[in-house]
Design a binder for this molecule. Structure first.
Ligand code: ZN
Length: 321
């Protein structure tokens, strides 16, 4: 018997005993007996670690940024949790939340795409697979976006592409760094070629950001795959991943079937990519904010030294000197 079943049985026994006592006293004939805690509440209280199967107090887990204290497994965060983790409290202001998805191809697979969109909004409590906005990290302004994996697997459709472009344009306009947190299965096939076009579109605006000598930090989290890996996620000036995050283009099974060879067990993990020079850093979640903050500060100082232009202002610092 699992722990959940044990608690449920115990509660039902207690409730039955209480009803029997009330009935005996003649007071509880119409009393509806319900367990003191329902299944959903149990799930809210406890979380089973996906790394080591330990049962963890959800509140304790949340306090530790959803990282298991026993095995260090990094549980998935929602886009909003990710923004809260990285930005200063109360500093984040969402932009472009009025850009909403449509169904230009009138696409239908097992169910209509329109229905999937409605369902995704309900389950993820998000209007699209990315949240973007302006905030600050240790009082340094940033343009930041975080992907929502619960929304159709964090897939990149037209809206995600448009919101990233718009965010990068704000970064250029305000001369502030860009931070993007990826968590995605890839391009959204329900939008066909329109979703694939977002790869070129996002890569284009990042080139412009690069020409403007602005910093772009890409955070890769579990999982980052497909068209997202093949475009903006791997184009950062600095690529940072969380421990054991899976990052790749095609899935493991597809590669094995194509090349007809077994691939290493740790293939497509953050650690494997680091070892092979494909990313720059693997950093535990607790250290992400201080690290990104330091990177922004160092880049800002370096830019001032090299060009005499503050990255946060279009006005030359030494004008007229
Ligand atoms: Zn664990």
């Amino acid at each position: 018997m699992g722990l959940k079943d044990f608690f449920k049985t115990r509660q039902l026994k207690k409730a039955a005993k209480l009803q029997s006592q009330l009935s005996t006293n003649g007071n509880g004939h119409d009393l509806k007996v319900e367990p003191s805690i329902c299944d959903d509440q149990l799930c809210v209280l406890w979380t089973k670690c996906q790394g080591c199967n330990e049962l963890l107090y959800t509140s304790e887990l949340k306090k530790n940024h959803s990282v298991c204290k026993h095995c260090g497994h990094h549980h998935r965060l929602t886009a909003q949790e990710r923004i809260d983790l990285l930005t200063d409290y109360g500093s984040f202001l969402e932009i472009d939340d009025n850009i909403l998805p449509s169904d230009p191809l009138n696409f239908k697979d097992l169910k209509p795409y329109k229905d999937r969109l409605k369902e995704a909004e309900k389950t993820s409590n998000s209007k699209e697979a990315i949240i973007t906005g302006i905030g600050s990290i240790n009082n340094q302004p940033v343009a930041i976006g975080a992907m929502e994996f619960q929304y159709i697997g964090g897939s990149m459709g037209s809206v995600v592409g448009e919101k990233i472009v718009s965010l990068a344009e704000r970064a250029i306009e305000k001369r502030i760094p860009l931070i993007l947190v990826s968590s995605s299965g890839g391009a959204r096939m329900h939008e066909g070629i329109l979703s694939l076009m977002q790869m070129a579109k996002t890569a284009g605006i990042l080139k412009k950001l690069h020409e403007e000598k602005l910093l772009y930090v890409s955070l890769l989290t579990e999982p980052t795959f497909g068209g997202v890996t093949a475009s903006f996620a791997m184009l950062g000036d600095i690529l940072i991943a969380e421990p054991r995050a899976r990052i790749g283009f095609a899935g493991r099974r597809v590669i094995e079937e194509t090349i007809r060879q077994k691939i290493p067990k740790d293939f497509q993990t953050a650690e494997y990519l680091l070892e092979n020079g494909q990313i720059d850093l693997v950093i535990p979640r607790q250290n992400l904010k201080p690290l990104v903050s330091d990177l922004i500060r160092l880049h800002s100082q370096n830019t001032k030294l090299k060009t005499g232009i503050s990255p946060f202002s279009k006005i030359p610092l030494f004008a007229g000197v």
